[in-house]
Write a protein that binds this ligand. Sequence first.
Ligand SMILES: Nc1nc2c(ncn2[C@@H]2O[C@H](COP(=O)(O)OP(=O)(O)OP(=O)(O)O)[C@@H](O)[C@H]2O)c(=O)[nH]1
Ligand SMILES: [Mg+2]
Length: 622
Amino acid sequence: MPKRDDLLVEQLWNEAIINYGIKQTRQLLSNECHPTVLKLDIDCRQRHLSNLISIHSRYVHWMEFNEIRLEAEIVVSQLSRIIEDINEETNAQIKKCKSDYRNSISTPNDDDDNNVGSLYIRLCERLLLEITNLEFRRMFPGMHAKMIEWMHEPGSEDKFQPKIVDLIGTIKQDLKDLWSNSHFEVPIKIGVVGYTSVGKSTLVNRFLNVGSLAGDGVAPMSIDKSTYFPLQYDRKEPLIDPDNQNRKTAVTFIDIQGRDRDRSSGDSQTDADRYLYELCKADCDIYVIVFDDELCDEQQKWIDGIEQKLNRKCILVRSKVDEYYLSKFKTLSGVFYALSTPEQRQQFEPNILQQIRLNNAVKNRLVYLVAPDYEPSTSDAQLLLKHNQFDFSRLFDDLSRLAFTARNSRIHSLAQRAVARVINICFRRDYVLNVLKYKIAAGIGSIIPFADQYPRYLSRESIRDVFGIDKDLCQYLSQYQLEISEYKLQTSSFRDCVKVKEEQNHGKSNAKTVGKSLGTAVVAGVTTASDDIVRAFPSAANAMNGAGRVTIVGATLGVGIVISAAVCAWSAHSCGQHIFSYIQRICDDLIQVMDPLIVAIILQLEERVGNNNVSSSEDNTS
Ligand SMILES: Nc1nc2c(ncn2[C@@H]2O[C@H](COP(=O)(O)OP(=O)(O)OP(=O)(O)O)[C@@H](O)[C@H]2O)c(=O)[nH]1
Ligand SMILES: [Mg+2]
């Protein structure tokens, strides 16, 4: 059992306090605040938990007992009651509401200020984790069963069961089942992203076709930050392809937490990378970037990251255009919008719209103008938004079109995550190999230059044996003609099974060149050179097996040579490190190889469905 690292726990807790906006809640509880602000804060938390409960119930029926969901339901009902009580607005009542609020979201019997929100955070984290597990189990039951089986195997080298061929067979079967079940809906995920308070949740609610803000299934909106982690909302009605009314697709909108402008590191690349990491975790097929001001450098990096690193579609939306529209109208016409005549509105509209488009133009991209506000604060805005939706319909249509092209990428992404999960949990084990015997052999072998490399070589071979990387696997993979960029592979294990693409201009090769010119390649060269020395004796190595092959190295050496204990110890230690690092690298490579393999399997299935459709329509005509 690993030892609890208190410092790490504290750091994670502090991070969670910031991410979940607990600081703001603490301030509300300890200082004077307007009841409406307090109410909004409670309402957000209540909606967050309700959202998680409703996603959870997609996978576990309401009637089934689930402890964590039950706990969350109790908190939700307590928060709803407090929201109702706040309406009474007497000072004593507000004080009591604050105390109830604090108790509802914190671990019981804990008065420490640092623990405000501890229960709420725990519930959110646990529900999020359960949802991920449940989604995995439902989509890939075979993979899930295999994972459970492998997780509970006895942890020793001779019994190490996970085999790559089984992994491939299982994911293939799961994907096949998914394809053959025409009723199994795989909703496309559309994520809405941007800086805090630009109107993301408001737009999500419009996409969902939300009428009343009072009900459930409404994304929380507020002047202050109100979304702290990705919230998922299934759209009740499917999206309909505007070009073909028969094509419908289920869709889930993900209201992603905003990037806090006041949490900048000072380096736009670092900030962009951090936010991209959050976007990647949210795992969407299409990302809608919302902005309410000129697009800045960091936002441009989000676009590049989404398209190039995440390989996903990206749509740009300029929100809150009503603000600019109304101020420009006042300047041009000299009157407030609500007091103007229809002729004046008609006269100035084209000019104002043209100006907004010009101000928000982004090179080679379409920018959709929207103003989805539900509760406009002025009569001017009320009137404008009542009659003008700007580009919302066009945006919605284009999104519906795009959603149809995303089904395969959704399944690919889910399958890729499922495979990575099983590899990380079941293959990355420290008992894949009995490290000790290789360490001893390396220690003894260290007395002769390069001889300690031999046990390393053997250990790598054994790891490949244990995982089942052999001729048969290679032959099997070769039929798919997989292509992988050279820089993605860290070991040579799969090089014979896939076509390795050389990429001249990639960062890694540049780094190598730079390294060489600085002379650092000498260090890197040691491993390569000694590997080659060992490879010079492959037939001898193959003739021996297991421990015999390892210990013979030590046994034939040593006569007349003074053994340095320090060198032996270092060598043994470094051999152990090498083995662990090799397991990690081979697992990384396996994840890389599985990626195009999943694509190939999906394409095969797709083709088969296409052929079946053709043959069934031929049957019909005959
Ligand atoms: N004028 C105007 N205000 C809007 C519009 N859309 C949203 N707002 C206001 O902008 C504020 C923030 O809206 P949200 O939808 O909560 O913003 P968000 O981007 O989801 O914020 P976080 O989730 O906290 O990052 C609210 O006060 C909304 O009323 C709009 O079209 N016009
Ligand atoms: Mg929001």
